[in-house]
Ligand binder design. Sequence first.
Ligand code: HAX
Length: 424
Amino acid sequence: MATLKETLAKKIPGLRDEIKSFVKANGAKVISEVTVQQAYGGMRGVKSLVCDTSVVPPDKGLIIRGRPVAELKNELPEAVFYLLVTGEMPDQVSTAALTKELKAHAKVPDYVWKILEAMPKDSHPMVMFSLGILAMEKESVFRKKYTEGMAKTDYWDPTLEDCIRIIAALPTLAAGIYRMRFNKGARIEPDPALDWGADYARMLGIKDPKGEFANLMRLYMVLHSDHEGGNVSAHTCHCVGSALSDPYYAISAGLDGLAGPLHGLANQECLRWAIMVRDKFGGVPSDDQLRQFAWDTLNSGQVIPGYGHAVLRITDPRFAAFREFGARVCPDDDLFKIVDRVFNVIPDVLREHGKAKDPWPNVDAASGCLLYHFGITEFEYYTVLFGVSRALGMCAQLIVSRALGEAIERPKSVTTEWMKQTVK
Ligand code: HAX
């Protein structure tokens, strides 16, 4: 048994030495080049960030600290957080200690609820979520210690502490927002006896006689937890954190990026699309009907949500894990059947369409129909669930970044005029 903090503390000196001597020996070597296309095209493929928590090989999908995500699908999210931060899978006792630590900080201060209650009733739940985290910034141990005066080598410690507190409070905050925003009745208080994911499921107030919704939440939290360092939310969080803004600022900022329709909001778009299909055809359509519907979507200039990826070039293993869950728990659900059928039809349509580099489903293609099956029918909320999970990865990346003493981000921007002169 070793707590997350003990395991990390033991690793930090070795990690620092390793990186320091590696950079000293190889600092001038070139690892990437940048084309004009990349500079204007979202820096796709430019290798200029370091992230050790996970990698996403285009032909394999998410690998967390050397473990393919499919191998982790039965683990608790807090155990995966431990793995993300330290690179080691905790034993049961260490996981239980982390669960206990998280549950000790599960309460959300009253002033946060008051701020959220004062917001317009039609505020987007992601705004409420991001704002709720930002409002809690006054709790930051990092800011307090930094103001008092702290050695750079100690930054990681209060960063870890802030991150534990943020992760601990997120299910309570997110579930409270769900109940408040969608008129579900009074908030449900955290239960110290439950694990992090199961308590989130319970605080949402979903009836769960067989415990399958809690299983879905645990799975959801593991599958969305991390996806390298260059995606919009992780990179934003890293960039803000690199200015030594504390984790409350950095996580809130990362979530603002996750709220975009090409990133985390895609899961609400996916379900909207599947429901449009169901309503148009009065149930599960035939493959031909679905093909035509997909072409209508593409011809109207819209994307097929849930398909394509900036990095992946295969069926996302996270989609496969959700599909397997659906096949076990709700094989006869119409929306699940539509999602399944879409999988048979869309890759060919996108290949024929000829634009998307990746015609395969991403993580967002299947998650929405499972949430809907259990009664979370408010699509606008889906990105909040994604955010609770992705906070695990963002926090892990921040902690590692502070442990390694990484520098403030400051890439060089150039003008179009400079580009034109340079390529001459
Ligand atoms: N349907 C239609 N066209 C698509 C497409 C899709 N699902 N996926 C990509 N394309 C198009 C792009 O719009 C782009 O068109 P233009 O050249 O006209 O601009 C072209 O194919 C090339 O794009 P790409 O290089 O294959 O993909 P990008 O790296 O630019 O974008 C996206 C990756 C995920 C944003 C993109 O595939 C997309 O818009 N998919 C649908 C939305 C979605 O599912 N997003 C969630 C992704 C997972 C995630 O990050 N979740 O948080």
